[in-house]
Design a protein around this ligand. Structure first.
Ligand SMILES: *Cc1c(COP(=O)(O)O)cnc(C)c1O
Length: 383
């Protein structure tokens, strides 16, 4: 039997809750070399530790712990490898100019992970425990939060079915884990408008399906369309609804928004085919506070093309944690091509980006309580 590791409990700062959660921590004995802030890319390097918790039927979720980052070992018949019963989420921690580390909207992300679990027949987790697992892991690996402007620590909570069986039914055991990856600025040369292609041959999600869950199969289903679009010189796919092949759903793995004249439009969540983005919710909140006309309503590709023809399609952008805001400079559809705002980033797109980034890095007031400070100052300064 392996030697029993020396556990040291880590208690988490709990600014908004009276509950104190602590998790056993097994520290790595071989810390990795951290990449330089200038060399960071997306999702290539991972920090020294990970958070794990297990679920077994009859026992519930048990044994939350922080351990050295390491591979899992699976039986080849492990059900997640065959039927993709898995969900994930994605959020970020930022090192501000003041040295503090802030996580953006962790409770909303915890809630969404549970909503994804529900759709995949995965037993719910305690949302507070999800949030605290993330905060505790970021505290343990706080040196992995990069400091250069535009960089951040990407946080990936995931749940996978872990039972060994080849039958289609919900698994009787699961693993929840959280890993951390330091990432560079999404756009190294600033916000660069992307080219998107509306497809009416591929479909991402349909009503009654899993489009509203962050689940593995949705991303596997998106690959062929993305490959086809890239072959035609486009960066992303603009997904249309699966029934009429007409109404805008999402763009790539982001939510889609556009401004026609003075109206900002984004498709409603009611169809069940769209992932409820936390960035989407954040920018909708901001624009409504700014007194803008914002409508969550169905919008067809024909309406978009007609508005572009009239010269009324002012701006179009995607929203998501990885890039925050991704301006769209060109839209292709059935052999037609439209250039939006002369291929440049629009004023509103820029303002939304600057505001969200300002809140995330602590240079703008967080009037909505969106950020949670998990480290007050760098460890070296505190020493
Ligand atoms: C994650 C995701 C988004 C964006 O959600 P955020 O919470 O803003 O990161 C949008 N669409 C899809 C399909 C996604 O997977």
């Amino acid at each position: 039997m392996a030697a029993i590791p020396a556990y040291r409990a880590v208690s988490v700062l709990l600014p908004r809750s009276s509950r104190l959660m602590s998790f056993p921590v097994t520290r790595t004995t071989s810390p990795k070399q951290r990449p330089h802030d200038d060399d960071l890319r997306f999702g290539r390097t991972f920090s020294d530790h990970m958070f794990i918790m297990n679920y077994d039927e009859g026992q519930g979720w048990h044994d939350p712990r922080i351990v050295p980052y390491a591979p899992f070992t699976f039986d080849p018949a492990c059900c997640v490898l065959h039927y993709a019963q898995s969900v994930f989420d994605g959020l970020k921690a930022f090192r501000g100019a003041d040295g503090a580390v802030r996580i953006f909207r962790p409770s909303r992300h915890a809630e969404r992970l549970n909503q994804s679990c529900e759709k995949l027949c995965i037993p719910q987790l305690d949302p507070a425990l999800i949030e605290e697992s993330i905060a505790a892991l970021v505290q343990v690996d706080q040196d992995w939060v990069p400091g250069k402007a535009g960089t951040s620590l990407y946080i990936r909570p995931t749940v996978i079915a872990s039972e060994t069986f080849l039958g289609v039914h919900p698994s009787h055991s699961y693993i929840y884990f959280v890993i951390l990856s330091p990432v560079g600025a999404y756009y190294a040369e600033g916000l660069n408008p992307v080219k998107i292609l509306a497809t009416d041959t591929h479909v991402r999600a349909v009503q009654g399906g899993l489009g509203a869950a962050k689940t593995a199969g949705n991303y596997a289903a998106s690959l062929q369309a993305a490959r086809d679009a890239q072959a035609e010189g486009y960066t992303q796919v603009l997904w249309l609804d699966g029934v009429h092949r007409e109404y805008l759903d999402e763009v790539g793995t982001m939510n889609i928004m556009l401004r026609i004249g003075n109206e900002v439009i984004t498709p409603p969540l009611s169809s069940g085919t769209i992932l409820a983005g936390v960035t989407r919710d954040s920018v909708l909140t901001l624009m409504r506070e700014w007194g803008m006309t914002v409508n969550e309503r169905p919008i067809s590709i024909h309406e978009v093309m007609a508005a572009a023809e009239r010269g009324d399609l002012a701006e179009m952008w995607g929203t998501g944690t990885a890039a925050v805001i991704s301006p769209i400079g060109e839209l292709g559809y059935r052999g037609q091509k439209i250039i939006i705002n002369r291929g440049k980033i629009g004023d509103l797109t820029q303002k939304l980006y600057d505001t969200i980034i300002g809140i995330q890095y602590g240079t703008l007031a967080d009037t909505h309580g969106w950020t949670r400070i998990v480290v007050k100052e760098p460890a070296s300064a505190a020493a």
